[in-house]
Design a protein around this ligand. Structure first.
Ligand code: DSN
Length: 409
């Protein structure tokens, strides 16, 4: 069978889109061609319910080899005692982690979605908010850093069964040891969702939550630059309950082709070149941040320690985050509107943007390119320069840093 024409055309269009845009969505990246090969491999055909060497299907010898390699590579990379590499996504990883450590209606203290948390951290319309009893901490109104006084106060009052650290939109190093101390003080489990920063953790460019948390969840496709999916890392004493919560608790057959893609990425992340990459990601985010701050844009926390920057557009440019996202997309820069802590706009409009440096660092951008991107963003949002001129500048930058030269559908 030939590839359907519409699918073929869409894949080529998407390839062109990815080549000709500056990708600043903080949760996105460009995987290696090797990861793409693994993702699209013949493991797609294989059922393998269960775990390596204890499956509910025959013919699992080769998927066992790869899944075991992925688990062992992740254990070493993250200094974790046990790893489950089967969750289909970060949400699935969180669902399984909750199931392993909590009963329905148990209490969880997590970061508020409005302060930078995630849907699966207790949002009322999400399964997490429906099944468990969530209370939230936020960030300090002056500094926009996590307010540990509030975390401790709420923990003492609420007496959660589990405290959850980790965020989708937080640009500063997270002090997991402080969270551990508070969890110990109130007798709660500590869970960390390191989805955004997993690549930085792997490269030791961010403190490692696996050293202090009871359980750590992550996606594998953000800064970690692997196949789309999830992973759970935990202490050995929790291995059985975590594995049971993934299968049969919340999932059936694992996606072994994506497990191969995750494994390939974990091997790539074990190389010195990935350490260099992760450090460059941080340098690049700082470079972009500097340009925004120099141009009097309100950057939350006044900087960044990781790959991510949240900034306000409403007061400086008199537009919403939604409008800013559209203007930037019209010149070839892709990012997302962001509801900021204490935002007075709706979640549809928002006052800000979230940008990240992981993807363009993979393409080879260094500080100078990120400074240029910062200047283009400011010019575009100021709306005092011809957008066609800026669009050409974006295109020229993209042309200098090609992607997937060997791929055509
Ligand atoms: N939606 C992802 C993000 O963009 O941060 C998190 O799952």
């Amino acid at each position: 069978m030939k590839l359907n024409e519409i699918i073929k055309q869409s894949l080529n269009d998407e390839l062109n889109r990815q080549q000709n845009h500056i990708e600043l969505i903080a949760s996105e990246n460009y995987v290696s061609e090797a990861v793409l090969i693994a993702n699209g491999s013949i493991f797609t055909n294989k059922y393998a319910e269960g775990y390596p060497n204890r499956r509910y299907y025959g013919g699992c010898k080769f998927v066992d080899q790869v899944e075991t390699l992925g688990i062992e590579t992740a254990k070493k990379l993250f200094e974790a005692e046990h790893v489950n590499i089967q969750p289909h996504s970060g949400s699935q990883a969180n669902a399984a982690a909750y199931k392993a450590f909590l009963k329905p209606n148990d209490k969880v203290l997590a970061m508020d979605l409005k302060a930078g948390g995630h849907l699966t951290h207790g949002f009322e319309l999400n399964f997490s908010g429906e099944i468990y009893n969530f209370e939230f901490y936020g960030v300090n109104k002056d500094t926009y850093y996590i307010d540990f006084e509030e975390v401790r106060k709420k923990a003492l009052e609420f007496k959660p069964n589990l405290i959850l650290a980790g965020a989708s939109a937080y640009s500063r190093e997270i002090d997991f040891v402080k969270f551990r101390k508070i969890a110990d003080e109130v007798g709660a489990y500590l869970m960390v969702d390191m989805a955004h920063i997993a690549g930085l953790v792997a490269a030791k460019a961010h403190p490692n939550p696996c050293l202090v948390a009871d359980v750590v969840t992550t996606t594998t496709h953000k800064t970690l630059r692997g196949a789309r999916g999830g992973m759970i890392l935990c202490k050995a004493k929790y291995a059985k309950k975590v594995d049971s919560a993934v299968f049969p608790g919340t999932q059936g057959g694992p996606l072994e082709h994506l497990i191969a893609g995750k494994t390939q990425a974990l091997i790539e992340a074990s190389d010195q070149s990935f350490v260099d990459y992760a450090n460059q990601v941080i340098k690049n985010a700082k470079a972009l941040c500097e340009v925004l701050i120099e141009n009097d844009i309100f950057v939350l926390t006044n900087g960044t320690d990781n790959h991510l920057i949240n900034f306000e557009v409403k007061s400086k440019f008199n537009i919403t985050g939604k409008q800013a996202e559209a203007i930037l997309e019209s010149i070839g820069i892709v990012c997302n509107k962001e509801l900021l802590p204490f935002d007075t706009e709706s979640s549809v409009n928002t006052s800000g943007l979230r940008v990240g440096s992981a993807a363009m660092t993979t393409r080879g951008f260094k500080e100078n390119e990120f400074k240029e991107v910062g200047r283009i963003i400011v010019d575009a949002l100021n709306q005092n320069k011809d957008l066609e001129v800026l669009k050409n500048e974006v295109k020229n930058l993209c042309d200098k840093f090609p992607i997937y030269e060997n791929i055509k559908y």
